[in-house]
Design a binder for this molecule. Structure first.
Ligand SMILES: Cc1ncc(COP(=O)(O)O)c(C=O)c1O
Length: 443
């Protein structure tokens, strides 16, 4: 499947010439698939706005946009009780959901967890009384603890908002068990699928009330995402955002809202983004999700073997499990992670991510940061400086290779064998850059 991914052999300029780029930052965004680009190339000449246009191109675009919705529904086995709403990304989907559930949650509570990305934490905390399930020392959720909290709250919890998989550790959560647990205590479940959907088969019909995810993490980086959820709840009240496309009828003093999903897609939707996402899902179906999962399992095992062989690195989170996916974060014991990742990038052409990955409470817990250090980090962040703390994340995907992991292995050996690095912090790139190296665009 590797040749089906765009840009994998791109050569990039490093300190000593050019190197094929090794992309180990797939958890942030994945590259586009050829199938996606081919589809867009075919569709763009026929592009037009959707709905209500009377003209061939408008009919074509409307048909393709609605077909994209069906493809997404099929891919995730979405039951007829649910709808697929296209959004801009996961963050927008979760914010929309948080506002839509205002009536349902009322003065009840939302239970979420310490391992969440900020996008599945702040929308809840800013709108509702939240209860947070702490993660265990090994970075995992303990469902007994979750159940204890649900019991303790005595029916107050109306929604459990949980990530399907962590963008920091690659740990997956047992979402169907969590759904059963939530339902047992009278709550619904909303799964942040940003990391889960691109890596594991997800079946919404198995009790998932709401699911959100982003197309840019699903090989279709053209500005779309989706919120999938129960029609009975999403059709309540007025649309979350109002305007064109959300109504059946408007007069100067009256409005009749449209049906789902249109009523929740205010304004012109991300038409090409939705079609691109469907093309990526069709390619996945053709290749078989099981095959992709198997490829990732092998890469995961090899990546862990390499990273855990270095005494100078500390891997975040406890032991790995077969159901996790190849995202591993680590901290070099005696070197700034920011400098370390710059060396990987500027000398070996390996692209990774450094910091707290928009999951500050989780990373803080995994790093065992105490109150004093946390206060110092906060001060640095508020002053716009590097936090002075963070990890390096390697996130692989089915198209990466064991050879690329071998290059990482060599790079790590080299770095641990050196004791000086001629790098300066560059305010523009927000990264350490080799002294004298000038970053330029490739074209
Ligand atoms: C687990 C998780 N949730 C939510 C998000 C937010 O996704 P987006 O930036 O596409 O809205 C991310 C992005 O990294 C993520 O990893």
């Amino acid at each position: 499947m590797r040749p089906e991914v765009i840009g994998i052999d791109t050569e990039v300029r490093v300190l000593y010439g050019n190197r094929p780029y090794i992309f180990f930052d797939n958890a942030a965004s994945t590259p586009a698939l050829k199938a996606v680009m081919d589809t867009l190339e075919k569709v763009v000449p026929y592009y037009s706005n959707v709905e209500r246009g009377i003209g061939y191109k408008s009919f074509v675009s409307t048909e393709l946009y609605e077909e994209a919705r069906e493809t997404v529904a099929e891919f995730l086995n979405v039951p007829p009780s649910h709808t697929v709403i296209f959004t801009k990304n996961t963050t927008e989907a979760i914010n929309k959901l948080a506002r839509k559930l205002r009536d349902f949650i009322g003065d009840g509570k939302v239970l979420t967890t310490e391992m969440e990305h900020h996008s599945n934490f702040l929308p809840w905390r800013e709108n509702y009384d939240t209860v947070v399930v702490p993660v265990e020392e090994n970075g995992r959720l303990d469902l007994n603890r979750m159940e204890d909290l649900l019991k303790r709250e005595g029916g107050k919890v109306k929604l459990v908002a949980v990530s399907g998989a962590s963008n920091v550790t690659g740990f997956t959560n047992p979402i169907y068990e969590i759904a059963d647990l939530a339902h047992k205590y009278g709550a619904l479940v909303a799964v942040d699928g940003a990391q889960l959907v691109p890596h594991k088969k997800v079946d919404v019909s198995r009790g998932i009330d709401f699911l959100s995810f982003s197309a840019h993490k699903f090989y279709a980086p053209f500005g779309s995402g989706a919120l999938i959820g129960r029609k009975d709840l999403l059709s309540r009240g007025r649309p979350e955002s109002v305007g064109g496309g959300t109504v059946k009828f408007v007069s100067l003093d009256e409005v009749v809202w449209a049906e789902l999903p249109e009523r929740e897609e205010a304004g012109t939707p991300v038409i090409l983004g939705a079609i691109a996402l469907a093309a990526a899902m069709e390619a996945f179906s053709k290749w078989g999700m099981d095959n992709l999962e198997k490829a990732e399992e092998k890469l995961h095992a090899r990546l862990y073997e390499v990273l855990s062989s270095f005494d100078g690195l500390e891997i975040l989170g406890g032991e790995r499990r077969a159901e996790d996916f190849p995202v591993i974060s680590f901290v070099p014991k005696n070197m700034s992670p920011y400098l370390f990742s710059s060396v990987l990038s500027f000398e070996y052409g390996i692209g990774v991510r450094t910091g707290c990955f928009c999951a500050q409470p989780y990373v803080k817990k995994l790093l065992g940061v105490g109150d004093e250090e946390a206060a110092r980090v906060k001060e640095n962040l508020l002053k716009g400086k590097l936090p002075g703390l963070g990890a390096i994340r390697t996130s692989l995907s089915f198209y990466n290779t064991e050879k690329e992991i071998d290059v990482l292995n060599i790079a790590l050996h080299d770095i641990f064998g050196r004791n000086s690095f001629d790098y300066d912090y560059d305010e523009n790139l927000k990264a350490y850059v080799p002294r004298g190296f000038k970053f330029t665009l490739p074209f």
